[in-house]
Design a protein around this ligand. Sequence first.
Ligand SMILES: [Zn+2]
Ligand SMILES: [Zn+2]
Length: 421
Amino acid sequence: MFPNNLYRHYDWRKIAKKFRRKRIRQSIAKKRDELLEKEQNEQNKSPTYQAWLEEEAKRKQFEIEEENRIRREQEDNWCRIEVEAQRQWRALQVKLAEAREERAKQNAKIKLEWEQEQKKLQELKEQKEKELLEKKKLQEQQTKEIDDFLISGGETPEHLKVTLETNPNKPICPFFQKTSACRFFDACSRNHIRPGVSHIIVIPNFYTHYSLEKTSENEHGSDNSLEFEKHETYNHFKEFFYDVVYEMEKYGRILIFHVCCNHESHLRGNVFVEYETTRSALKSFKTFNGRWYGGKQLNVEFCAFESWKKAICGLHFSNRCPKGSACNFLHVFRNPKNLYSYDFFKREQEKTDNELNKKKYWRWSESPERITDPNKHSSKRSRSRKIRHSRSRSRRKRSRSRSTKSRSSRSYRSNSSKRRS
Ligand SMILES: [Zn+2]
Ligand SMILES: [Zn+2]
């Protein structure tokens, strides 16, 4: 029991002390509150405190007013900025609209121009197509006319009766006019006139032989080609001659056929063929143009030089051409058996004979009177020359009559001599 009473007292003391401390704390707090209240009351009653309070109230009021003023100013400022921004935005919108309008105008203009250009191009294209069609039609018609002409003959088609000029309004090239070839080819500054169709065709550089490539003359001053012509070139040429003439004769009767042995590139190996008719020449042209011979493609042209006499160099046969291989006139091979030859010398001879016959004043007569000399003032020397001519003429006549017997009946020369006899 004892210990229990003891413990009860200890707890009781502990609780009593606790309550005592509480009471002390409460009394201290009460005193402090009373003191504070008292001080506060005293302070409230003090005029300085009242003045301070008023001052404080005024300060707070000022602060509030100042804040309001600043806020209003800021609002005003913001409004101004906003107005300005809106004004700028509107101006920008106007500018943008203008730019859009301008761009639209530009686009419309470009589109219009493009459309016009397209239209023009289309028109041009249509025009070209139309022209091409017309050209094609014309070509077809011309081809038909040519075919008709080749098959059934008749008049030469009108469209072929034209001349092609390299330099119209320029002076005519005398070499081309005479030989249908010019050392400057079509780059010549003068005018080369080609016929649309003719009875003579020329195939440039058709015949080739290495001897024609040599341009130098030998040490004795004579032309190399002459040496070669006599020996091996001539045999080579003869083969070419028979081969080509046989083929070309299929398209019509050939009157003259000549092959150039000039060394100059514009005349070297040029083959000239004169047909009896334009129709035959045209047939031959159609067949041989673009055809191949010995690995070489042929380019056939029509030509219409003034005369064979002016084209061929007459001094070449007698080996007296002063220009030799550089001559710009035709140096032609002598055709075998003079077939299809333009006999320059023969015609010259005929002319001389005729002149001599006219001038002859000595004849057989019944009286001793002599026919008066038509050329009274001719000298003794010229008379003796005529006598020499007549003697040599008779000699030539005799030799010709011998050779005529051996000639072929196809020879142009023999035909003409028969006509003469
Ligand atoms: Zn020329
Ligand atoms: Zn010559």
